[in-house]
Write a protein that binds this ligand. Structure first.
Ligand code: G6P
Length: 607
């Protein structure tokens, strides 16, 4: 949940590169920042709480000397965001500096042991114990690299670390277990980072370090070894095809808006999946007796929508499950006949990986959908699909949600055809509509991209919103509410419309805005009834419905009209777009930064 970045250059100062790299990792955490560099036999560390640019400017970190260094942008897990808790952390003698992403679970025991041996701690973090452990190992008269390696063997929990020391001034040592770490090489030097965009301006030649691997970096390249026994590991470089422009804002004021507008093209990307992988996943799904769709956050909403698609098209029952609940809720019933389809944009979400571990232990088949090549999810799945959305920097998921739906819809269709559950014409018709979805989204952005601002203006002072939908639109409502909550912090509710009369309706009084998702389809009659119920309590109705749907339009105070002919099973993709825009513009209107909602991180790699 933090961003780490390290560079060894053949020449020149690393500090500006660290600054630039951390900016590209800011989505991983942004409550504190710190750099450490080695120069002329000295270790320099500057760090503080605050946003990257502010801290770098006030401590003049860009001016730090040295051609080797590490930097960290933090999202607090142990210890409040303040200077002493910011990384890098040092040993007692201030000879080495370490940065870390993850959680060391046995840090209390290790800390006590080190305190007894006379080490002095400055922070409340779990990370600082790593610095003192290495220092302690070095008292045994072993080299710095070996001391790092032996210290790593004592850690329990998750980590990606990078460490430098004046006793080995030309090298960065780094390692990972559960938290991600990528290495990169260029003609200027060697890099390590939590994620690829950090090093893209310098190289697209990378290696994704695997769990339990340790690497030694110098200006010429790197060597990888296994933490457990020190065995050398050979790994080929992978060429990353994401361009730097793809990972930057392209003139939009925020990544989130850029990513909302990228959806027609990211959805086209998600239509071009490799057939053999779709076939493989379909074959595994077809063999399963119990099918679980497991994810967190927005990806979980994609799973809820998918459960409607799988039922409607392939006539199979799937259970969408929140990954942090999976073990308690379904863990005991998972077995060899179980298939778990895990959906995770990052492929690194802790809770999702834990649910997967459990399923694997029960001999279930694990399948994955992710946006991240080389992520842990791809390595623990029997088969997986890369959703091809391109990098998403905004913390709130937008284009990756619609792409997940696109992949899941294709799987549902393929499974339906495999099982003979759709006629040829029905299957062809659905397939044709799938191809039209990027165009529908393009149309929605053209029609409403600007218009939504007026709606935001009208409702900008509301203190509560309610989102309702039936059928698959219940998942659209949940996702629309999540965007609003994440970005604007305005309390809001989302429910399947039919369930709203069993409680949520009590919150509705004169003037409360209720957003109804009402694509044309089987649920229309009931949704009209729900609108009437809400109107009778004085709600103001904002409807997202098909153009020309006069029944709904006549009942609504405000209407967002959608293109005609979108099948209900695919409606979540275009219908969520105006809700994404609404949340985005309301956040901007309130003076909030939509790319960095408070307390949230893009990738939650801790329990
Ligand atoms: C965090 C992010 C969400 C995301 C969720 C699951 O909470 O802020 O946007 O939906 O994690 O992430 P995943 O990478 O597993 O899809």
């Amino acid at each position: 949940m933090c961003g780490i970045f390290g560079v060894v250059l053949k020449g020149g100062r690393v500090a500006p590169l660290i600054h630039d790299g951390l900016k590209r990792l800011e989505y991983r955490g942004y409550d504190s920042v710190g750099f450490a560099t080695l120069h002329s036999g000295t270790l320099q560390v500057r760090k503080d709480a605050g946003k990257i640019d502010e801290v770098v400017r006030s401590l003049r970190m860009d001016e730090m000397e040295g051609s080797i260094g590490i930097g960290h942008t933090r999202w607090a897990t142990h210890g409040a965001p303040m200077m002493v808790n910011a990384h890098p952390h040092m040993d007692c003698d201030e000879k080495l500096a370490v940065i870390h992403n993850g959680v060391i679970e046995n840090f209390m025991e290790l800390k006590e042991e080190l305190l007894n041996k006379g080490h002095n701690f400055r922070s409340r973090t779990d990370t600082e114990i790593i610095a003192h452990l290495i220092e302690e190992e070095m008292r045994g008269d072993i080299g710095f690299g070996e001391a790092v390696l032996t210290s790593l063997r004592r850690l329990e929990g998750s980590y990606a670390i990078a460490v430098i020391s004046i006793s080995d001034p030309g090298r960065i040592y780094c390692a990972r277990y559960e938290s991600p770490l990528v290495l990169g090489v260029s003609d200027k030097g060697t890099f390590c980072a939590s994620d690829v965009p950090a090093m893209l301006p310098y190289t697209n030649q990378v290696v994704f370090l695997r769990n339990g691997e340790f690497a030694s970096l110098d200006a010429e390249g790197f060597q990888i070894r296994r933490v457990q026994d020190g065995t050398p590991v050979q790994r080929e470089l992978t060429e990353v095809t994401w361009s730097l422009e793809m990972a930057e804002k392209q003139g939009y004021p925020h990544f989130m808006l850029k990513e909302i507008y990228e959806q027609p093209s990211s959805l086209r990307g998600s239509l071009r999946l490799q057939r053999q992988y779709l076939d493989l996943l379909t074959a595994f799904l077809d063999r399963g007796e119990k099918l679980f769709l497991v994810a967190a956050g927005t990806s979980y909403h994609a799973c809820i929508a998918a459960s409607y698609m799988f039922s409607r098209l392939a006539k199979i029952t799937t259970f969408p499950a929140i990954s942090s609940e999976f073990i308690e809720q379904y863990g005991d019933s998972a077995a060899i006949d179980t298939v778990m389809l895990a959906v995770s944009q990052s492929g690194e979400t802790y809770d999702t990986l834990k649910a997967i571990d459990h399923a694997r232990m029960k001999a279930a088949t694990v399948l994955g959908i992710t946006n991240t090549v080389g992520s842990t999810l791809t390595r623990v799945s029997r088969a997986y699909i890369i959703q091809q959305s391109g990098p998403e920097i905004g913390v709130a998921a937008t284009k990756t949600f619609t792409s997940q739906l696109m992949v899941l819809a294709q799987l549902a269709l393929r499974l339906a055809r495999t099982r003979g559950k759709l006629s040829q014409d029905e299957g062809d018709d659905f397939h044709d509509h799938l191809q039209m979805v990027p165009g529908y989204v393009e149309e929605v952005l053209k029609r409403h991209g600007e218009g939504i601002k007026a709606l935001v203006e009208k409702y900008s002072r509301e203190r509560l919103f309610v989102f309702l939908g039936r059928g698959i639109s219940a998942s659209t409502a949940l996702e629309g509410r999540l965007k609003l909550l994440e970005l604007t912090y305005v309390p809001s509710l989302a429910y399947p419309a039919g369930e709203s009369k069993h409680g949520p309706i009590s919150i509705v009084e004169e003037g409360v805005p209720v957003v109804f998702l009402c694509p044309r389809g089987d649920t229309r009659k009931e949704i009209v009834g729900s609108i009437m119920e809400m109107k009778a309590r004085g709600a103001r109705i904002i409807s997202v419905c098909e153009e020309g749907d006069d029944d709904i339009i006549g009942l609504s105070d405000d209407v967002i009209e959608m293109p005609m002919g979108i099948p209900e099973a695919l409606s979540s993709i275009p219908y969520v777009v105006p809700l994404q825009l609404f949340a985005y513009y309301l956040a901007v209107q309130k003076g909030l930064d939509p790319d960095k909602p408070r307390n949230l991180a893009k990738s939650v790699t801790v329990p």
